[in-house]
Structure formats: structure tokens, C-alpha cells
Design a binder for this molecule. Sequence first.
Ligand code: SAM
Ligand code: SF4
Length: 354
Amino acid sequence: MPAVSLGTPLLRASRVRPTTAGRPDVPELVDRFGRIARDVRISITEKCSLRCTYCMPAEGLPSIARSDLLTAAEIGRLVGIGARDLGIREVRFTGGEPLTRADLVDIVRLSAEAAPGVQLSMTTNGIGLDKKAAALKAAGLSRVNVSLDTIDREHFATLTRRDRLPAVLAGVRGARDAGLTPVKVNAVLMRETLEDAPALLGWAVREGFRLRFIEEMPLDADQLWRREQMVDAAELLAVLGASFPLSPIGREDPSAPAEEWLVGEGPATVGIIASVSRSFCGDCDRTRITAEGTVRSCLFGDDETDLRALLRGGADDDTIADWWRGAMWGKKAGHGIDGDSFARPVRSMGAIGG
Ligand code: SAM
Ligand code: SF4
């Protein structure tokens, strides 16, 4: 691992196999609490074209040496192992900003070839997406989540430290036009942009995007998050409810993080991912791979297992699958943000991959 302070956490040295004592002999990524991970988030870079205050420091994250990043072929191989041997059904590429990686189309194509039938999607800030959307679709990407917190240009520039709203709007529309649908738009709930929430929802309804608001989590590199200042789901509902009739319709499925509301008579909906005030850890079905090729069992769990050393050391697929299983067996019950003993993870969101 590089000696930069991306917040390199408790890396499990590649020779120390994760403990699997008590683990049932099943292929899937099960943990001690009966959950099965079927959805993998793969970070492919720490670089980004924005500097959202709830995520990155103003100067960006320290660079990861190119040789330390997983290659497109290594990512494709892990996706294949996940799909074939571990029961992974969904793959989401994230970062940093995935569109900053020049070989993104190769990553998608190699992953699609390695895992036919598995849904491939991407979380992106949308900058440059209009130019890449058709190639990504052709390579096998199904859909995208575009992050956009406000459609007020000044507020956007303050929150992301970059005046790039027009580029994001072009990107999100480009994704829709290329058929990367349904396009979901994710907005982090921030006090500075709470007043813009009704305008954002009106825009999303008109454009045919599925908007979801996300409670801010203590994963900002600047460590300014405070529970008492956080905008929670209840506060957002009061603000949106003053402009739109909303009726609750629940979750799409039990492991879906968003609770949905019908907007007016529908068919448009709005979702709220209340990761902090209504934690859904008990139904979590995620596993994560960082850009340097370590498995994280949880956003908030610093314990990481190095698969890159295995990939580069000549390990076969069965061995890599076993280590991934071991990493997930150690997953904790929950993040406990609302508890007294909560400790922030060492990595910030952009260094993990949200
Ligand atoms: N750059 C891409 C983007 O912004 O969509 C992908 C990476 S970004 C880290 C993934 C998601 O994490 C985005 O939707 C972003 O809004 C969200 N995110 C970042 N920091 C967060 C925080 N502190 N709390 C909640 N969500 C956060
Ligand atoms: Fe970049 Fe995404 Fe983090 Fe914003 S949330 S700084 S777009 S990685």
C-alpha cells in the first residue's frame, strides 16, 4: 500500500488469512449476522473533478500511484469471481469520480464479459458523461446514479467548490438519452442546500429522473460532520411536504436503502436514504472493493483485506474467493453512528467509494 494518508486503515497483511471460524461452508458472502452480500461497490480511482465539502478536502485526496490501482483486467477478474463463485448479482463502479479514469469503458466491457447477466451500474458526478454515455452503454453498463445536490448554480459551486453545474446537467441528460436508465439522481442532505430541495424535486419530476436524498454521514475528509447539525429525513420531509403532497410507499425491497414516497398522484417518486437516523445495517447486502484492491465489509469498518497482493502473486480464483468470503465473515453488525462509542473510519468517502 502507498504511504499516503488516504487514510490507509488496518490493512490485513496478505499473508494473514481472515478468520473463518464458525463460518458455514456455503459459497456466498455470508456474515455472522445472517446477511448475504450480493451487491459489490468497486472504487476505481481516488481522483475527482469536484471537491464536495461533505466528501473531499479542498486540495483533493493524495494521489494513489498508478501501479497501486487495480487494472481493468484485475477488476474484470474480481467481478468474474464475485459473480461465478460468490453469488454477486450487482456491480456498481464508483470512486472518486469513475469518469476520470481513461480506461473506464474497458473496465465496464471486461466486467460485462466476465459476469454475463450481472447488472453493472455506476455512481458518478456526471461531468463528461454526455460524451461517454453511448460507449459505456455499448460496453455493458445498464444504468447510472448521478450525484446532484442542488440546481442552484451558486449553491452548487459553493458546495462542490467548482462552478460545474451546466456540465453535470448535460451529463445526466446524456445518460438518459443513451438509455442508461432508470437514471437515479442522488442528493446529499446539507443545511446549505435544504431550501433548494423542492426545486430539485420539481426538476427531477419534469426530467423523468428518480431523485433520492441521502443523509450526510461522518465520512467527510475535513471531519466537520456533527450529528446535531445534520439534516435528517424528518426535516427534509417537512420541507418537501410544504410544496408537494407526498404519500409513503415503503422500500422497493427489504435491502433497498431508500424509503420511497409517491409525489402527488405519481408516477414520480422521491426516496430518502436515512443512513444515520434510520440505519438499515441489518439488511445490508454490500461488499466493497477499494481502488487499491482491498475488500471492505462495511463503509465504516476499517478492517481491510488485500486482494491485490493475491491477484498479483499468482493466486487462483478459488483462493481469492476464499479470502473475500473470510473478509465478509468478519463484518460488524452495524455502524453505530447514533451510539456513544462510534468511531469515524480512517478513510473518507472519496477514498472508500460511496
Ligand atoms: N464521484 C461520484 C459521485 O459523486 O457520485 C462517485 C463517488 S461519491 C463518493 C459516491 C456517493 O457518495 C455520492 O452520491 C456522494 O454524494 C456520496 N457521498 C459522499 N460523501 C458523503 C457523505 N459524507 N455522506 C453521504 N453521502 C456521501
Ligand atoms: Fe467527487 Fe463524488 Fe466525492 Fe463529490 S462526492 S467530491 S463528486 S467523489
